[in-house]
Design a protein. Structure first.
Length: 136
């Protein structure tokens, strides 16, 4: 079983234990998909990862700009769902889409438990910055 398959399995288990969870992805802070729940196509999982990375980036920027510390969790309330994005170790995030009638506190608690279970596997080193080619 590969690392991603192991994480996929853990996300599936999480979604089964928390009935209001519709889908979940693990991602690097720069938006690369690390794992996803079953039933998500590769394209949809990658799209959710990119969206969550942007949302997490906005939250980090707000905390830094406002001088109030690091963002730990962001919650987006939509018409029929909530999107929760939580820091999941150095360089990683967990994004969860759950039903609008979810107990957000319980979902957040279950997310924290999941992160504890797999947190040591989530450290994602930042990608190296590209070096511009000399232009002559």
């Amino acid at each position: 079983m590969t690392r991603q398959q192991s994480q996929d399995w853990l996300l599936d288990d999480f979604a089964e234990r928390v009935p209001s969870v519709r889908r979940a992805v693990l991602l690097s802070v720069d938006g690369l998909l690390m794992a996803a729940t079953a039933g998500l196509s590769q394209a949809d999982a990658e799209h959710l990862a990119a969206l969550a990375a942007g949302f997490a980036s906005l939250a980090r920027s707000a905390g830094k700009h406002l001088g109030v510390g690091s963002a730990r969790q962001s919650i987006l309330e939509l018409d029929s769902a909530f999107l929760l994005v939580t820091k999941a170790g150095p360089g990683a995030c967990l994004a969860v889409l759950c039903a609008a009638d979810s107990d957000i506190g319980m979902v957040g608690y279950e997310m924290a438990l999941l992160i504890e279970r797999i947190g040591h596997n989530l450290a994602t080193p930042p990608r190296p910055a590209s070096v511009p080619a000399d232009v002559h």
